[in-house]
Design a protein around this ligand. Sequence first.
Ligand code: NOJ
Ligand code: CA
Length: 527
Amino acid sequence: MQYEWWHEAVIYQIYPRSFMDSNGDGIGDLAGITSKLDYLAGTLGVDAIWISPFYKSPMADFGYDVADYVDVDPMFGTLEDFDALVTQAHDLGLRVIVDWVPNHSSSMHPWFVESRSSRDNPKRDWYVWKDPAPDGSEPNNWISVFSGPAWTLDEHTGQYYLHSFLSEQPDLNWRNPALAEAMLDTLRFWLRRGVDGFRLDACHFAMKDPLYRSNPVLERPEHGYKDLGEYDRLIHLYDRGHPDIHGLFRDVRAVLDDFSEERPRFSVGEIHLEGEEWASYYGEGDELHMPYHFGMLNGDWTAAWARGVVDTQEAVLPAGAWPNYVLGNHDEIRIATRYGARRARMATLMLLTLRGTPTLYYGDELGMVQADIPSDRQQDPWGRRQPGLGRDGCRTPMQWAAGPGGGFTTACPWLGTVDPDRVLNVEAQLADPGSMLNLTRRLLEVRKGSRALRIGRYEAIEGLPETVFGYRRRVEGESVSVYLNFGDHPVDVPAEGQVLVATRSGIRGRAGGALALGALDGAVLSS
Ligand code: NOJ
Ligand code: CA
């Protein structure tokens, strides 16, 4: 197998609103990111950044509603700022991955403005328009992920348009060849500007049933629908993931391959599926380089669970496909809150030592926690529509230093921060040898120095205490083993070798080949 940069890279996700504000308006921007590239490439030591959308947008979904796929929103800067970012990142050896939102545009995109202007507009078919049902209601029973019908009536033309997310995010019609070509061209635009790859937003939504049939409804579960939102009451048979999506991904791959002579360009898709269905999105090595694997995001935090997630992914991978892991992103509760601070340390150790490409979410290297934003200050449209589902809490500004603006801005930040003890910031943690930041830095350093960790085989270690998940990573001439104690009690693990990095200082091998792990400890050993 040939290993390319993206197999060996650690990706770092940046939510641009919240990373660094360069011009004192309280909102992060591209020049802010550029000013922190030294931190990313040097101090921290990641290999690639993925930047969430910074395109022109009315910000109904903070940039996931794109009004121009080939321009920068003035809030974030200019195309020149983007070029400067790419140049400096490449000078530092950092790859740049940008977000691409194929399923929907903004309702303010000129394409949609034209499309809705009349039934016979040439761009009418660039979006999904359907006649009302005979009683005037929606064309079918599809529900938007953000709640409510997935259809909105356009009074002026008397038809409904489809939106799998907000009504401000009309779905593009990928079955229209002109639209498909226009969208693929937007990829070429960024590839020509030097980007190394794309993260594809909600990408398996892009192809639906060509007959637009209603989804089957879940049979009423015994305990009722109590915990299910209206979206989850449907079986999503027709509104996403139609098999034709594979053709679309092959087209995307062909565009990337056209630009891959000098270095391979890369794609990773946001696809919330499991098992073989999930794995099908690798195609035969001709679709996505990877569909994101979200199995580590939620679990009961036992050794058996973690091993199950890893072994299942390894088992369903097509030949030659490469695994990946994620612990957080801009849609999920911060890991330090979801699993707790100690578990977040273990989880990061696991993330950075498993076989596959890891993605680190900004601020997780500090153990930043979920902010509890009062309802009258909530910004996320989802949270405003469905109390409790808002994602603001994981999108608060990166904490560079203690103090009101957190080193993020000289103004009032667009969203509040939480750092009651003033230790969840870069400055404080660089000075503390035991900090989460220094643990993450050390893990990245060990990984960088170890071929076994970067590309080695994975094999679970048998015969360990029940609370311990252990695995070996191996290449010819090098072997590294990892032990994680998921339990609440200390355990002795039979293990030889020198501790390279551990969740806590003081974890050492014992004479006679035993490793003493406390509750929620993890260690990486050369073996
Ligand atoms: C998934 C993105 O990660 C999320 O933030 C966004 O709201 C939806 N897709 C819609 O684009
Ligand atoms: Ca700014």
